[in-house]
Write a protein that binds this ligand. Structure first.
Ligand code: HEC
Length: 233
């Protein structure tokens, strides 16, 4: 077998595996179930507005919805709408849908029925298969993505802070954790979403939370910035 055919064979095996898993779960190809057990159920009737916003459910459930939505988005939507909801041009950029009833109605209509043009399915409908809780969890994830352009304005500063945190991790004598933290929180506050919703998890806010004055805290914060900065690239 040539290298190319053996690669193809492995690819086919892999595809076969996911295909049979999907069939076993009774799901159409390319759609993966989303476990929404940790969220308050939204009921039978389809809503026209996102029920998992922070003002409605509080910080904890909101964060949970985003986490579940991230996984649901990555498995079902990212291949067309782009990683981190940043569209590469194949399908519309979902981050711009207004985080209010107007944007929600449009969102949920598309989610439920998908999109067809001249008899060709451009987007499958997800409503029947994934259900309403998954729909709104994914919506919550999408609308809370930070504006990557605004974030780019802070890239250099965040890199410098990352390097500083790495130094503090091994020698914290000169460290000023409060100053570091407050600057990170300031940066986080300056990065908006494109939907008008509050930002959920800017890397700056996440890094600030890790800083607790210990060497481990500094190295965790540095790591958070490193991962975030490479994802933003
Ligand atoms: C096979 C590719 C594909 C997948 C998978 C897909 N979409 Fe789409 N989606 C599209 C295309 C193409 C359009 C534009 C349709 C049109 O011409 O109106 C679209 C449109 C939309 C719209 C309307 C956006 C607008 O600005 O008009 C929403 C909302 C949406 N998709 C949400 C989702 C969600 C949520 C998922 C995952 C659960 C998903 N899509 C999965 C291809 C896809």
């Amino acid at each position: 077998m040539s290298r190319i055919t053996s690669k193809l064979a492995i690819g086919a095996l892999f595809l076969g595996g996911t295909l049979s898993a999907a069939l076993a779960a009774g799901l159409p190809l390319g759609i993966s179930q989303v476990d929404t057990g940790a969220l308050p159920p939204t009921g039978e009737e389809w809503l026209s507005e996102n029920p998992y916003r922070v003002d409605a459910v509080g910080e904890e459930i909101w964060q949970e919805a985003i986490k579940i939505g991230a996984s649901g988005y990555n498995q079902n939507c990212a291949r067309c709408h782009g990683l981190e909801a940043i569209s590469g041009g194949l399908a519309p950029d979902l981050r711009y849908l207004e985080a209010e009833e107007y944007g929600d109605e449009w969102y949920v209509e598309r989610f439920r029925v998908g999109a067809t043009q001249n008899g060709i399915t451009k987007m499958p409908g997800f409503g029947e298969v994934l259900g309403q809780d998954a729909a709104w969890a994914i919506r919550t994830y999408i609308e809370t993505r930070p504006d990557d352009q605004a974030m780019a304005d802070f890239t250099d500063e965040l890199k410098t802070m990352r390097d500083q945190l790495q130094v503090y991790a091994s020698d914290s004598d000169e460290a000023d954790p409060e100053q570091m933290k407050s600057r990170l929180i300031e940066i986080a506050a300056e990065i908006p979403t494109l939907s008008g919703a509050p930002v959920a998890d800017s890397i700056a806010a996440e890094a600030a939370m890790r800083i607790d004055g210990t060497p481990l805290g500094y190295s965790d914060a540095a790591e958070t910035l490193t991962i975030g900065l490479s994802a933003a690239k």
